[in-house]
Design a protein around this ligand. Structure first.
Ligand SMILES: [Cu+2]
Length: 461
């Protein structure tokens, strides 16, 4: 993770250039210069330099789009274009996104802001932009054919509306949606409250990310867009474990995590070690009377959930989708279950023909993460990620909430592995083992034989 300073340097925005008010009047009449990002790192929060103040969010493995003020209007420039996204070290995907990345940059505004967004289409086909969850004039809703003509390649459209409701939203195309969302076109939108809000608490850490999924064969780069449910890559902001940064907190920080789902299935997002409240959806803050504690929040397709908790337990707490197939990277489907199958004899015979033949899965699949099996180019092992005690055997939608006493306020750097106090880690029993006692051992059951009645009516033998 890089500092905000190096982020701005990389954007050429340090010094006076960051003060958008200095842009000349001629430039004001032109399109705002689009800002691009090439790094998949989590960027430090973008402190507002103009307009109403707010506490910015941190986009997991992402960034917030800078804006300029133009006569009191907040102006952004999104460019829809093909991008290369590193999904994890060792794997790059050829996606479609915005301003150099998939997902596109997060847009942060304040309740009551008048917002003008320029959308330039550099894709080979038409697109539109839908502002999911927003109250806006019907003609700004971005549904191709229904509320506007599609944006043809090379053209720029202007969307303008007032951000009326504070909350957690997203943006995505509403034109050839199946293709464009399967290719990674989406982004996050946060509207901050303009004043203290009875249902929106102040937090010290405010994270956001989108759930997305892809079907990219190992060794290839472009998603198979026709896949409906059997995607092989389950990602947060187009990143998969071990490529997803940890969510870092100082002990006793109040933490908010905003999650939106643009995949084709639901994701029960589970946090270890803490209970949280669901404080908001894309419909806005939830009434207090509807909140109860959970450790898993199911985020259905097209939904957003905003969870909040006090990070009062130190440690490296797993944070992941609870569908166990979604915490894995690309794997072969249609693999038979081999647990309990003795393939010694058959493998001896196969090895005579194929010397490199490997027996897999007869003790479960954990061996997969230990095997140094050669992988094809451009893929990531199915179960991987080294922890302090060995392989974490995870992939896909998995990360950690790292809570530390000595994490500085506003410091989002990965603090490394948790060093637990002595005597607080599960350990191996070193004493004698006892034979298991079962109630049936004392009085063996009578010798029961199954009497099978065949359909013909005759008793079987
Ligand atoms: Cu999932």
């Amino acid at each position: 993770m890089r500092s905000r300073r190096s982020f701005l340097q990389s954007l050429g925005l340090t010094g006076g250039a960051v003060a958008a008010a200095t842009v000349s009047r001629v430039a004001m009449a032109a399109l705002p210069e689009p800002v691009f990002q090439t790094s998949p790192d989590t960027m430090a929060p973008l402190m507002p330099h103009s307009g109403r103040p707010y506490n910015p969010v941190v986009t997991l493995n992402g960034w917030t789009l800078p804006w300029r003020m133009n006569n009191g209007v907040k102006e952004f420039h999104l460019v829809a274009e093909p991008v290369v996204r590193e999904m994890a070290p060792g794997m790059k995907a050829h996606l479609w996104g915005y301003n150099g990345q998939s997902p596109g940059p997060t847009i942060e505004v304040v309740e009551g802001d008048r917002v003008r967004i320029f959308v330039t289409n550099k894709l080979p086909e038409h697109t539109t932009m839908h502002w999911h969850g927003q109250r806006l004039p019907n003609g700004m809703d971005g549904v191709g054919g229904l509320t506007q003509a599609p944006i043809q390649p090379g053209k720029t459209y202007v969307y303008e509306f007032i951000a009326r409701r504070p909350g957690t939203f997203m943006y995505h195309p509403h034109a050839d949606e199946m293709t464009q969302m399967a290719m990674g076109m989406m982004g996050f939108w946060v509207t901050h409250p303009k004043a203290r809000h009875p249902l929106i608490d102040e937090v010290q850490r405010d994270y956001c990310f989108l759930l997305n999924s892809y079907d990219i064969d190992p060794g290839s780069y472009t998603p198979k867009i026709m896949t409906m449910l059997d995607q092989n890559l389950w990602t947060w902001n187009s990143r998969m474990f071990p490529g997803i940064d940890p969510l870092v907190a100082r002990q006793n920080d109040k933490v908010r995590i905003r999650i939106g789902n643009l995949t084709m299935t639901n994701h029960p997002i589970h946090l270890h070690g803490h209970e949280f409240l669901i404080t908001g959806t894309d419909g806005g803050p939830t009434p207090k009377s509807t909140r109860w504690y959970e450790v898993t929040a199911d985020v259905a397709v097209g939904q957003m959930r905003q969870i909040e908790f006090v990070a009062d337990e130190e440690g490296d707490w797993a944070f992941h989708c609870h569908k166990s197939h979604h915490t894995m990277n690309a794997m072969g489907h249609n693999v038979p279950t081999m647990i309990g199958v003795d393939h010694k004899d058959v493998s001896r015979r196969i090895t005579k023909l194929i010397p490199d033949y490997m027996v897999m899965g007869e003790r479960g699949m954990a061996d997969m993460s230990e095997m140094e099996m050669p992988l094809p180019d451009n893929t990531v092992a199915m179960m991987t990620g080294q922890g302090p005690y060995g392989s974490v055997e995870m992939g896909g939608m998995f990360s950690m909430v790292k809570v530390r006493k000595d994490q500085k306020p506003g410091d989002y750097k990965d603090p490394g592995w948790f060093k637990p106090p002595a005597g607080t880690v599960a350990y191996e029993w070193a004493g004698p083992l006892v034979e298991p006692t079962r109630s049936m051992d004392k009085s063996p059951p009578p010798n029961v034989e199954l009497s099978v009645r065949k359909p013909s009516g005759h008793a079987g033998h």
